[in-house]
Design a protein around this ligand. Sequence first.
Ligand code: UDP
Length: 335
Amino acid sequence: MRLLITGGAGFIGSHLAELCIREKAEVWIIDDLSTGSLDNIQSLLPHPNFHFVKGTVLDREAMVTLVGTCDIVLHLAAAVGVKLVIDQPLESMHTNIFGTELTLELADKFRKKVFITSTSEIYGCNDKVPLSEDDYRIYGSTTIARWSYAGSKAMDEFLALAYAKVKGLPVVIARLFNTVGPRQTGRYGMVIPRFVRQALQGEPITVYGDGRQTRSFTYVGDVVRAIFALIQEPKAVGEIFNIGGDHEITIADLAQRVKRLTGSASKIRLVPYEEAYEQGFEDMRRRVPNTGKIKSLIDFQNRLSIDEILCRVIDSERQSLGRTPTSAAHEAAAN
Ligand code: UDP
């Protein structure tokens, strides 16, 4: 099987590429290294079945060659993280909308199956629990930059579904709910790498808002296993799936756990949203996936508890800070 992973040097893309190589696929990735990095794919670079192209998904010529070469396109390249999207709205929307449109257009030209990575942001501030794939999307005003991300990813889904309907293109769409694990960077705002790094460096752990908002974190290893299974499942074609964690947790509780598992003396500091993001910022209060649909089709499981996930992130952050990973975090998790 020959697979093209767009955004393959990113956090999720690189884990997916590793899995595909382990599963004996031949893998091409295209990544402009804007938020991805060579470090993420260092161990893959020497592999004979792994091919890296530095470039953007907006580069038609490069994409024509790559899409033409592969059997399936896994489209992960996107602007990631609420903070990045607020700071660079134009570039983010451009990548998310035109990058996906070009990917779909070329997949159709060469008649290739496409996997489109979407997001739980799609649901906006619908805080229904749990969220099912056909639930309403509720967004705030266009003057609030965060909604541009949800809007652009929704447009990706509309485009993919339209290609499926009008051209018969085989597409599979998955909405990822707060995927976490080693290699995720806190640079673009993601909460777990930020908390872990703050705790390890003895800085205040910055909980935004009142900390009572919740999320359901999924381990990246479980997410990429689910993606790999979905692209091989004929019944997944034309469908949308939630991929997310089973355990809902408040951000305040998350901060406490990170503090305990790292043994940190950091203080937990509440930061108003306006200070953290921008004036008028709107957050989702709860975000819990209904994963019944994916579980009825493939063997999707959340194999790690939140503490086990945190321990893996803590060990990997310790390593990147040049500290020896210890079993202390694992011992603390067991207690
Ligand atoms: N968050 C926080 N402190 C941080 C970064 C994020 O309290 O340093 C909060 C953020 O406001 C949100 C939650 O953690 O309520 C998850 O944020 P993230 O950006 O990781 O994901 P998303 O908002 O897309 O769910």
